[in-house]
Design a protein around this ligand. Sequence first.
Ligand SMILES: Nc1ncnc2c1ncn2[C@@H]1O[C@H](COP(=O)(O)OP(=O)(O)OP(=O)(O)O)[C@@H](O)[C@H]1O
Ligand SMILES: O=P(O)(O)OC[C@H]1O[C@H](OP(=O)(O)OP(=O)(O)O)[C@H](O)[C@@H]1O
Ligand SMILES: [Mg+2]
Length: 331
Amino acid sequence: MVCLWHSQDCQLAVYKPNPRQYVATIPQLPGLEVWFQRASDVVRKIKTGDVDLGIVGYDMFAELAGDDEGDLIVVHDALDFGHCKLALGIPTSGAFADISTLEQLKKMPQWSESRPLRVVTGYQRIARDFFSMKGFQNVRLVSADGALEAAPAMGSADIILDLVSTGVTLRENNLKEIEGGKVLESQGILVANRQSLKERPGLLEVTRELIERFEAHLVADGYYSVIANMHGDSMEDVAHKLNSAEDLGGLEGPTISPVYAGRGSKGAVADGPRAFAAVICIKKKELYRCVKELRKVGGRDVLVQPMTYIFDAEPERWRILQENLGLMGRC
Ligand SMILES: Nc1ncnc2c1ncn2[C@@H]1O[C@H](COP(=O)(O)OP(=O)(O)OP(=O)(O)O)[C@@H](O)[C@H]1O
Ligand SMILES: O=P(O)(O)OC[C@H]1O[C@H](OP(=O)(O)OP(=O)(O)O)[C@H](O)[C@@H]1O
Ligand SMILES: [Mg+2]
């Protein structure tokens, strides 16, 4: 069983036949059951071995894995979605108006044993460790499951520790971040149950395929595949033009092939340079610059397509996983 909280588009479409049910499949990976669960339950269920693999935010993993990561193993620690940070949110006015650093917060004279600084958070373990590591004395952690940003205005807490992404929720609730108040950075990760990986038939192979596909997709996500028609005396001539232009060389160099133009088409030239199609791979950020470069060297009819995968050598993360499981050289 795989437990998916969120998924990124990498051609592993999740098929959920019934919107009111939580079970689904990935047709490309038969034999795999997908379950949609709350983030906290994803970690708990992998820990107990009820599910084998799961995708969650690192924040939830850090909170719930505990010191005993023994049963859990992070298979991929950077899936490049769900980026956010866990940070303190402090009121912009009142007693905190002049507080802009963690040091200043710590030195506030108001807080005592009988009236501690009340911090509301869903991340009790991380908060406890953070405040004790930073040497805070009079802090009381308050629990809540959502809408934490309302707590200071409601009077049920003084400050909050919660996820921040754009910062809009903090701002709209008259809260601010402070220097030193970032506790951790988070993004989606792939986690597995160690024992299941070792024992459940077929699981390691599926995990290997997921690592390969995720890595290949994450690399491909930065590129476009570009096909352009070029005119030249020969394939070498066209290749030379592309290689001498900045950033048109592709990953290893352009792929050039002849264009067999039909009668009357643009590419049909009786005597003169012949038409070739050049396939190159370009960085998304460089697209428009590359189109202009292509035009300069005679490129026309530029077709741009997204890339799904760029598979390269076997991923380092697969090697690390085998090493962690003590399986090096056996797969
Ligand atoms: N604003 C955000 N931007 C990016 N990622 C976020 C944001 N909020 C939450 N996340 C990520 O999503 C995960 C799940 O968030 P959360 O626990 O709030 O679940 P939810 O989908 O809002 O459902 P519920 O709150 O009802 O459980 C978090 O652990 C975190 O990794
Ligand atoms: O910095 P921002 O982009 O504004 O995002 C931060 C908000 O996102 C999360 O809440 P979510 O939307 O998941 O609501 P919830 O509290 O109901 O889980 C988080 O708990 C913050 O409230
Ligand atoms: Mg939420």
